[in-house]
Structures are given as C-alpha cells and as structure tokens.
Design a protein around this ligand. Structure first.
Ligand code: PLP
Length: 384
C-alpha cells in the first residue's frame, strides 16, 4: 500500500466510531454532519429530475443553469462575483474539491501550509500529491493564524504553493473577523501562493455574518463551499470550487478525469437549493445556536474552556486540570465507563492534544446526557 494511504489520520476517527458503535446505548457526540433532513423542496427537485429522465451525463463542470444559480447565490449571500461558465466547477463535495485543486496545483516537493488542528483530509491530500504538509500550531493563538506567524513562515518556506484555511473551523468552531481577514490577505498578497479557503460552514455562524476570503483576495483565492452543512445534504455529495478562470479550468480537467461529472440528480437538487433555498439554513442555525449555548454553559461549569465558538457545530474543550491530560486515553475511558463518544483533539493533528471535540449536531437530549455523563466521570476521576 502507498505510504500516503497509511498516513491517513482520519482512520483514527473511523476506528474510534467503530468502537463506539459496539457499545450499548452510547451517546454519540462525534458526528460531523447535520441531524436534520434535507429540505423537502430540494428532495422534490431531485425526484422531478428522475421523473423527467434527466439521468444522463452532463458537462464536467456541471449544468450551466446550476452554475448560474450558484454564482447568484454566492453574490447575494457573500457579495462574490464569479462568472458561472469559467469560474465555477461543481464537485463531489468539498472533499473532491480539495483533492482536485491540490492535484491541479501541486508539483512533487511543494509544500502546503495548514493551520492545525484541522479537518483531517488536508494533510493526506497534500501527501497523495507528493507535497509536504507544513502545520502551524494555532493552539497558543486562539486557534487562529496570526499575520506575524503567517508572514514568518511564508518568508522562510519558498516551496509553499497553497495556504489552506478553513473557517468557521472544524474542529474548533472559531472563525476570523473582518480585520483579521484583511491582515491575512495583505500578507498573502506578497507571495506567489494560492489560498484554498474551505468555507463549508459559512451558513453556520452565530453572532455575525460570514465574509469569504475570496472577497479580500479574489485573484489568489480558490473558494470551496457546498451544501453538506448548510442544507443538510452530506449524502448528496455536492460542492463547488470557485476562483480565477485559468486555475479553475485546470481543476475542472482533474475533476473530469476522476468523475466525468457529479451526478445529474444531485445537480437537480442543488439547482433547487441554490434557487429557492436561500432561507433553508435559518431554522437549522437557530437550533444549533440554542444547542451550542446549552453545551457551552454545561462544559464551562465542568471546567472545560472552549475557544470562541463562533460557528460550525463544534466546541473544542480544553481538558480541565485534575483529569487525565492524555486526550486519547481520556476519551477512550469516557467511552468505556460512561458510554459517551467524544473525539480526542489529537485526532485533528498538531495543537489538538489536551482538547476534546464535541459536536452539537446532535439532539438537545443527547447534549444534556453528555453533560450529565461527563459530570459523573469527573466526580469519579478528579485527582485531589
Ligand atoms: N471541510 C470541512 C472543514 C469539513 O468539516 C467537512 C466535513 O466534515 C468537509 C469539508 C466535507 O465536506 P463535503 O461533504 O462537501 O465533502
């Protein structure tokens, strides 16, 4: 097997979840996908496409009516200005978008700069493309990259071809302010580097309106977004890659080689979501926000400190003093003793040790159960 395959960090999460599944009555707070159904009108869009026999190959980038709807949506929501025919490709989720973009850009020996802890695919994707992931430990800076650190690393690493940023973040839930994005883009403008901005959680922000990296540095930014989180559509596998026309054309070539196109049925569903589903995320967002507040209050009472949970549906809690600081051991013990599944921060890479990721894409009942089980565990285990 290729060594890159063995390096797949995501295996840790799969293995942990497989173990959790074998435990009776487990409360699972590890899941990174909405526990809401896909909106009915979106499902009907797909059903209609099937009934009308729209079930054949499409052009690789996606039906042009769909791409126009995506461009309009991104314009209305985030003020972005993409030409649908040359600057957008529909991909099999952000997951394929990352892979195809890396494949189009990277040469062997290049480097990819990744703030860490992070979503688990970026490093392995870089390795598969014979590039080296370079991680920035953000744990001492509120889980954000600072302009000073970014500038220092960019200056000393001329092989970096991609700076990967994800906000709101998985696993920490933190995001960047307008001013922080201005500062980061001012630094990156000085370098010959692409910014791959994974904004899959852009509709799940709680006290502010999301701004895209692409609005600060359009000429260097490749924006990744999709419907998995905003419209509870993880299984449909829909994403978009948007950016400067020349690089998007290259990415589309890789995408075509790998997939021909995404499925015609998913394209029909996505067309409906991007045309008539502007408000679909609102009700879900309200529920996530209420759950976040309950979970954060409960965790704080138990001594967990969480970085500012601005968005997504995760809290990243620092393990309180007095408990085992080995997050992997601790999460395994909590799973065995309390039948509560929560993920060790270490599974998300450099900077994650000593933390636990809690997903609140889960019912309020599970959230309350989680707090109560954690309380019991702490009572039984706190050292004097
Ligand atoms: N990016 C981040 C930061 C994620 O957390 C996830 C899923 O958890 C994805 C991308 C995957 O997105 P998609 O379903 O569009 O492939």
């Amino acid at each position: 097997m290729k060594p890159e395959v063995l390096a797949l960090k995501q295996q840790d999460i799969f293995k942990f979840n497989a173990r959790a599944k074998g435990i009776p009555n487990v409360i699972n707070m590890t899941i990174g996908e909405p526990n809401f159904p896909t909106p009915d009108h979106v499902k009907l869009g797909a059903i209609k496409a099937i009934e009308e026999n729209k079930t054949h190959y499409t052009v690789p980038e996606g039906n042009h009516e769909l791409l126009a709807a995506v461009a309009n949506y991104l314009n209305v929501k985030y003020g972005l200005d993409y030409d649908p025919l040359t600057q957008i490709v529909a991909t099999t989720g952000v997951t394929e978008g990352v892979f195809s973009a890396f494949n189009a850009i990277l040469q062997p020996g290049d480097e990819v700069l990744i703030p860490s802890p992070s979503f688990t695919i970026y490093g392995p994707d870089a390795s598969f493309n014979k590039a080296t992931p370079v991680y920035i430990d953000t744990s001492k800076t509120g889980f954000k990259v600072t302009p000073e650190v970014l500038d220092q690393i960019m200056t000393t690493h001329p092989k970096i071809k991609i700076f990967l940023i994800n906000f709101p973040s998985n696993p920490t839930g933190v995001s960047y302010t307008h001013d922080e994005l201005v500062e980061l883009s001012d630094i990156l403008r000085k370098y010959d580097v692409f910014v791959l901005s994974d904004e899959i959680y852009s509709e799940l922000t709680y006290n502010y309106k999301h701004e895209s990296f692409a609005s600060f540095l359009p000429e260097q930014t490749i924006l990744l977004n999709g419907l998995s989180k905003s419209h509870a559509m993880t299984g449909w596998r829909f994403g978009v890659v948007c950016g400067p026309a020349d690089i998007v054309a290259q990415i589309n070539k890789i995408h075509e080689l790998a997939t021909t196109s995404i499925t015609s049925i998913t394209q029909a569903a996505a067309l409906e979501a991007y045309t008539n589903g502007f408000d679909d995320p609102i009700a879900m967002r309200e529920q996530y926000c209420a759950r976040r507040d309950v979970l954060e209050a409960g965790l704080t009472k138990l001594g967990f400190k969480c970085p500012d949970p601005d968005g997504a549906f995760y809290l990243f809690g620092k393990i309180p003093d007095g408990l085992d600081q080995d997050d992997v051991q601790l999460c395994n013990d909590i799973l065995d003793e309390e039948h509560l599944a929560i993920l060790p921060g270490s599974f998300f890479g450099v900077g994650g040790a000593g933390y636990i990721r809690f997903s609140y894409a889960s019912s309020m009942e599970n959230i309350n159960g989680c707090i109560s089980k954690l309380g019991d565990f702490i009572k039984n285990h706190t050292h004097a």
